[in-house]
Design a protein around this ligand. Sequence first.
Ligand SMILES: Cc1cc2nc3c(=O)[nH]c(=O)nc-3n(C[C@H](O)[C@H](O)[C@H](O)COP(=O)(O)OP(=O)(O)OC[C@H]3O[C@@H](n4cnc5c(N)ncnc54)[C@H](O)[C@@H]3O)c2cc1C
Ligand code: FES
Ligand code: FES
Length: 474
Amino acid sequence: MYTFYASPATLNEALTLKALHGPQARIMAGGTDLLLEMERGVRRAPDGGELGLIDLTRVSGLAEISEEEGWIHLGSLVTHNQVVASSSIVSHAFPLARACWEVGAPQIRNRGTVAGNIITASPANDAIVPLMALDATVTVASADRGKRTLPLAQFSTGFRQVDLADDEILTRISIPKLNNSARGTFIKLGLRRAQAISLVSVAVIVEEGEDGLTDARISLGAVTPVIARAQKAETFLRGKQLTDEVIDEAARLAMTAAHPIDDLRASAVYRLEMVGTLTRRALRQLRDGRERAGWPETPVLLWGENDGRWPAGNGEAAGSPGQALVNGEPLTLTGGQTLLDSLREAGFTGVKEGCAEGECGACTVYLDGMAVLACMTPAERAVGSQVVTVEGLGDPQHLAPVQEALVEAGGVQCGYCTPGFVMSAAKLLEERPRPTRDEAAAALTGNFCRCTGYVKIIDAVMLASEKKRSPRDS
Ligand SMILES: Cc1cc2nc3c(=O)[nH]c(=O)nc-3n(C[C@H](O)[C@H](O)[C@H](O)COP(=O)(O)OP(=O)(O)OC[C@H]3O[C@@H](n4cnc5c(N)ncnc54)[C@H](O)[C@@H]3O)c2cc1C
Ligand code: FES
Ligand code: FES
């Protein structure tokens, strides 16, 4: 699957490795795009062969979110879940928080980074849309030439293309903070409410003055080869009050910036109409002060006691070089494959392969305490880390509370998906022992069941939460 796997401990080491291997190796952050692209053969070395991997997730200091003189900086390992949990981003760059909350499911958000989203540069990638509206910049570095910073709009050069040389690494994303009179939001339309690629998305920011809007910024996702701003609509809105007529005209003008295509998921005509609808909806929400409706005060993260930052753990969990600590026991995992394949080869067959592409959650494990997908993680990443599989939560004689509750509530039929559900539900209950039904549903958005349906599984999570707090079990 890959020619080599390198795990540098410092940024300098990573830059040296990237300069040495150039186009023969890719930088990997969460791997949620890259591993799939490599598996599907769309990301190859220039000679058509396999690529090497330079995994950044052992480099400390890259997962920080910091504020400085009107700016928010995101290191290149900042994940979507970190953005969602950041009070700084929720306060001063809300459209980005909302977009990151819409990405995939908790396990994907625990590994997938904003930097990776930008560099894959798909027009349907959610984080890019608000970052364009927020006038973000990116900083890249190389061992030979040092750093350069450029606007994201300049960095995004074409369909799935960015201005990144073969020896460069993206090190920072910077966002000018929205001032107190500016507000914004992001709306995504997908074919379902989670794990869906955007059919259309919009980010809208408005700044209000006494005589109307002093600024308006609108960017559109999934309807142009490169995510772009709807400049005619923006110009029209400046100086206006947000009346229904003004909003309708701005929505119409936003549609003129869209050039959608027909594909499996939607027709171009439908997408175009939805650009108008979503722009109108976002502007009305902003006018009526409803843009944060439904925003969870304490989002479900499935990172347990952690703070979501990589590297989690100290890299010495197994105590023996080259080994991982799997369910408390040191283990040598075979590399050159996914953690899913490696764990199953080692006998942990409770870790299931449903899709092998991040969609079903059947392979959910904990990596240094965070719920992640084993099919989206190279086996080598587990070296020096703690891994917990479903076998580590309970056994037939000593079921975990969630396992007991699934049996009692009738939340199991064929059982194939069950280990993944158990892992997500147990992590939720560790994170919040008394979840609401909505929180239980949010925790399970990355897990698919093809036979039972979700009502009884959610019933089981609620039952397990009651069992955990009953005096009998305390
Ligand atoms: C099931 C599933 C659901 C998904 N849902 C969504 C969704 O709803 N919305 C959405 O927008 N995306 C979605 N994605 C796509 C993906 O999760 C995101 O794009 C994610 O942000 C990618 O980040 P990553 O850290 O995993 O990137 P990686 O896969 O590690 O890397 C992506 C690319 O960026 C390069 N790269 C990464 N970091 C750096 C760096 N610092 N310097 C130089 N190059 C770098 C890599 O070489 C690679 O080319 C989904 C993916 C899956 C598998
Ligand atoms: S998500 Fe990993 S096998 Fe489906
Ligand atoms: S019980 Fe069969 S897939 Fe969920």
